[in-house]
Structure formats: C-alpha cells, structure tokens
Design a protein around this ligand. Structure first.
Ligand SMILES: Nc1nc2c(ncn2[C@@H]2O[C@H](COP(=O)(O)OP(=O)(O)O)[C@@H](O)[C@H]2O)c(=O)[nH]1
Ligand SMILES: [Mg+2]
Length: 308
C-alpha cells in the first residue's frame, strides 16, 4: 500500500472514530451483554441502528434478515448478529462503489451541485488535483456567481491544483460562464471541465431553476454535457444530507455523490442510509481541507473504518 493511501486511510479511520464508537462499541455492549434473541433485543438493535443514522429501510431489512436466519436456525448466538450486520453493510456499499471513469483526450464536463457549505468548492480543488495526478488536463468554471468570495475561492484552489479558471463578474449569469467554458471546448480543449455552482440563492426555486439552466446550456453547447452531475453532501449533517439527496435527485437528476467531512463526524452511518434509499454511486469521499484529502470511494476501507 502506498504511503499516500495509508495516510488517507488513517484519516478516514480517525475521522470515523465517533461513528465507529456509536456503532461498533454500542453494538458490542448490546450483543455481548445479552444471551437471548428476543423482542427486547430487536428493539434495542433497531434503536441503535436508527441512532447511528442508518435509516429505517436498512434497519428494517437487517432485522428481518436476522429473524429469518433465526427461523432457519442459521443464527443461534446474539454475537453472530454483528457478522450479519457487517455483511449487509459490505453488500450495500459495494454496490455504490462505482468510480468515475473519465476518458482521456476528450472533453468531459462535471457539474458540482449541493447546498451552501457542503464543500463544493473545496472538493473541486481536491478533485482537480486528483485528476491532474492521474494525467488529466483540468479547467475550472466559476458558475457560483452569487458571491464574489466564491469566485476568489475557486481561483485560489485553481492555483493550488494548477488548473485555469474561467470566470465572469459577480452576479453574471452562471449559464453564460459555462457557455464561455464550452467555447474553449469548441476551439479544441479536450480535458476535464469542472463547474462550480451556487448552493444558495434568494429562494430554493431560483436555485433549482438556475442549475437546470446551466445543465440545458451545457447540453446545447456540447451534446451529452454535463457528463456527470456530482452532489456534494456534508456527512456531519446526517439526516439533512438525506433530504438534500432526495431534493437534488428529483429536481436536477444527479449521477453521483461526494461525501465530505468524514474527518470527525459521528454521523458517518448516514452513508448506509443514502446507499440503501437512493442507489446512487458514491464517487468520492473527503476527509479534510487540504489538496490531498479526496479519494475514490472504497467500500472495504469504509466498512473497516466503521466497524473493525
Ligand atoms: N473538515 C473538513 N472540512 C471540509 C471538507 N470539505 C470542505 N470543508 C470545509 O467546509 C467549508 C465549506 O466548504 P466550501 O468548499 O466553501 O463549500 P461550498 O459552499 O459548498 O462551496 C470550508 O471551510 C471547507 O474548508 C472536508 O472534507 N473536511
Ligand atoms: Mg463554494
């Protein structure tokens, strides 16, 4: 294992310590202290999983699974529940492990969406760096024109990651900035284009309309663009992240998720809920505020950090 991968894994593990404790430690406490597989145990297990943000669907399915295994006499000891839970988590997260396959030598447009503060601009900087290292050419587009600071912040990340930034003035039409960027594609640019967008406008309807327009203009300028729409979710917000996933999926139509701020959250279990309710690929995870703090999602690493 490379040094860098090691450092990242350590950050993920440390970051998920609180989630790990809320889950694995409480589970040990519950299961090792109990001898009988009864109604009371199921109720406590249900409460524990809900408290760990895993959501009603997953919790319900897990408990049904355990009950069936008991009926089939495949499970006779409370401690085996832990194995059943781990297997279910692995199965569900493995389904979501679909790394983004970005072709080289042809233009590829990624639109980044999400609520204010979820980590969009930071993720773009980190992603530009990751893609650069992978041999891609990267260009950033400042289509969050709602605040002047947002454009400056993207420029700072562009410098760090060595990627040019296409921008206009504050309050410019975001779709016009995207139009400019795709003009570069028309005149021969053949790398990755990452579009930053606003996470807050005067109303939610305005925001959604603006994002839809950006999407329309992108597709008009380059058929098939944006090729990927990534929703950035802040893991520390727990159930709010679930609400956001639902809203953006329904209104904009996202193709993948980035889960940020996994360094130091007690709500990392929300990834299970998002995976079981939305069946959207989790493309990347973020564990900090520096350039190297983003990686493709790895289900094994994640379950190990949560559980072992
Ligand atoms: N700890 C931590 N902070 C993050 C992470 N990603 C973003 N942030 C911080 O979250 C805050 C909001 O990020 P920003 O990219 O501006 O969010 P945006 O409004 O969605 O563009 C900033 O202070 C970032 O440094 C992460 O993975 N871990
Ligand atoms: Mg931003």
């Amino acid at each position: 294992m490379s040094m860098e991968k090691n450092v990242f894994l350590e950050k993920l593990k440390t970051g998920l310590t609180k989630t790990h404790d809320a889950l694995a430690k409480n589970l040990d406490h519950l299961l090792f202290g109990k001898k009988s597989l009864d109604k009371e145990l199921f109720e406590e297990l249900e409460e524990l999983l809900i408290t760990a943000d895993m959501g009603p669907q997953f919790t319900h399915d897990l408990i049904n699974d355990v009950k069936e295994k008991i009926n089939r006499r495949e499970l006779g000891d409370t401690r085996q529940i832990k194995t059943v839970l781990r297997e279910r988590m692995v199965a569900i997260l493995r389904e979501m492990e679909k790394p983004l396959a970005i072709p080289k030598g042809e233009p590829y447009v990624i639109m980044i969406v999400g609520v204010n503060g979820s980590g969009k601009t930071t993720t773009i900087g980190k992603l530009a760096n990751l893609l650069h290292k992978d041999g891609h050419e990267v260009m950033l587009v400042a289509a969050d024109t709602f605040r002047a600071a947002a454009i400056e912040q993207l420029e700072i990340w562009g410098k760090r990651a060595g990627a040019p930034v296409i921008k206009q003035k504050m309050n410019a039409d975001p779709a016009a900035v995207v139009f400019d960027a795709l003009g570069k594609v028309k005149s021969g640019y053949s790398g990755v284009v990452i579009v930053d967008t606003a996470g807050r406008l005067h109303t939610r309807v305005n925001l959604m309309e603006e994002l839809k327009k950006v999407k329309r203009v992108a597709d008009k300028e380059m058929a098939g663009a944006p090729h990927e729409i990534l929703l950035v979710l802040d893991a520390t917000t727990g159930q709010n992240a679930v609400t956001q996933a639902k809203m953006f999926k329904e209104e904009i139509g996202i193709t993948g998720i980035v889960l940020t701020k996994l360094d130091g959250t007690a709500k990392g279990g929300v990834i299970i809920r998002i995976a079981s309710e939305f069946s959207l690929p989790i493309r990347y995870v973020g564990v900090g505020e520096s350039l190297d703090d983003l990686r493709a999602f790895d289900s094994n690493d994640f379950v190990a950090a949560l559980f072992d």
